[in-house]
Design a protein around this ligand. Sequence first.
Ligand code: HEC
Length: 126
Amino acid sequence: MRRTLAIAALLFAASAQAETPRDFLTRFEKEAGAAASAERGARFFTSKQGGEWSCASCHTDKPTQAGRHAKTDKPITPLAPATNAERFTDAAKVDKWFRRNCNDTLNRICSAQEKADVMAWLLAQK
Ligand code: HEC
């Protein structure tokens, strides 16, 4: 009995950590309280908003392809889950990089709606 409980707890912990790209879309839509728009996400991702960079400056406007850091020139693996299975599977990583990249790009954090839109667009990439 106790063993069954321990295994159940382990399984639960594992499933709580392993997230899929769709889970992030659902989470951001819930936080925004509105449906995502892939079209708005594309526009957001590829245009500069006052700063020196857009998201596409490092990730390119074709997120199924590898990018390059606009400053250090270091290669960045594709952001689209269709061509990079490691993307959007770890909440700590996703939150950290959204925070850092939005600050670098917009001088502010991204809203839940913006993150939902970007997710919808990235998920639509084949
Ligand atoms: C100055 C270059 C640069 C810009 C501009 C940039 N990024 Fe990034 N991004 C990176 C780097 C570097 C990483 C981390 C390395 C990696 O994961 O390949 C990263 C990782 C990410 C991740 C992590 C995804 C995951 O699960 O692995 C997300 C999400 C992300 N960026 C979104 C954005 C968005 C949205 C924008 C625009 C608001 C943006 N980035 C602009 C360089 C950039």
